[in-house]
Design a protein around this ligand. Structure first.
Ligand code: 7PJ
Length: 271
């Protein structure tokens, strides 16, 4: 098993595959299953290094999902994809991560940074899977109510440093871990942009940095719609390139081809 920076050289793209009812407007389980599989395969053809499969929405205001429901959503997708398509499991639940790893998942994307399920650290430690630790202030249902920081970049960096130490203490090799500032997770528009500008402070922690800026509502809001719940592709690409310039390594995105193209151009510029 190689270090995460070797497996995902900068820039690497992670495609987002949601298997959640609120991400699909109509159709039954089979439609959603088929749709998830087709889009995962297409993302890899378009240059994604990995696809992130998620069965629980963590968007602002979203409710939690039971382990059984989450397994019911993601297991059929993993069973179908496992092998030729490199997959990541977007979960905070030990049971879901264990089953996903059995089915071939190589990375666990935990938006709670090992604060959600006390069993998750052991599942990751014993499996050799890669791990993403993400910053979030509060919890998805209420995190956008009134996020407060004195110094957002310093506080996010300090949090990630502590969670990294916790993960390493739990037996997870540091070389398997990447860090994510968690854009949109308990942060105002201004706080998100401040954090993006000072991403170097997170990169300075010495681990690869994963960013999720794709279609985030802060992008729509900076464009002038105070009630935007999403942001356009053009804005997502600009944000990704800004993050790349500040040292981000892995980009969690919905539009794989366009991000691969934009980041290939950014990476061709000598620095
Ligand atoms: C992120 C995520 C992110 C990581 C979501 C959305 C909301 N996982 N899951 N980082 N965002 N690691 O995609 O708009 O930013 S769900």
């Amino acid at each position: 098993m190689s270090a995460i920076e070797e497996r995902f050289p900068r820039p690497s793209v992670m495609g987002v595959v949601n298997v959640t009812p609120d991400s699909f407007s109509d159709g039954g389980v089979n439609f959603r299953l088929g749709d998830a599989i087709v889009s995962a395969r297409r993302m890899v053809e378009e240059g994604a290094a990995i696809v992130d499969i998620g069965g629980e929405s963590t968007r602002p205001g979203a409710d939690a999902v039971s382990p059984d429901e989450e397994l019911r959503r993601v297991v059929p997708v993993l069973e179908e994809l496992g092998g030729p398509v490199p997959v990541s499991i977007d979960t905070a639940k030990a049971e879901v991560a264990r089953r996903a790893i059995e089915l071939g998942a190589e990375l666990v994307n935990d938006v709670t940074a090992l604060r959600g399920d006390p069993g998750l650290a052991e599942v990751v430690a014993s499996s050799g899977a890669y791990l993403c630790l993400m910053h979030m202030q509060g919890e998805p249902r209420t995190m956008q109510d009134s996020p407060t920081y004195e110094d957002v970049a310093a506080e996010v960096a300090s949090f990630l440093e502590q969670r990294l130490a916790f993960a390493v203490d739990a037996g997870i090799a540091e070389e398997r871990i990447c860090l994510d500032p968690g854009f949109g997770f308990g942060k105002t528009v201004e706080q998100n942009f401040e954090l993006l500008g000072r991403l170097g402070q997170i990169v300075a922690l010495g681990r690869p940095v994963l960013v999720g800026l794709s279609r985030k509502r802060s992008l729509g809001r900076i464009l002038g719609d105070p009630n935007a719940t999403t942001g356009p592709l053009s804005a997502s690409l600009a944000a990704a390139v800004e993050a790349y310039d500040r040292g981000a390594a892995i980009f969690r995105v919905h539009d794989v081809r366009e991000h691969v193209e934009a980041l290939t151009v950014a990476a061709a510029v000598p620095r």
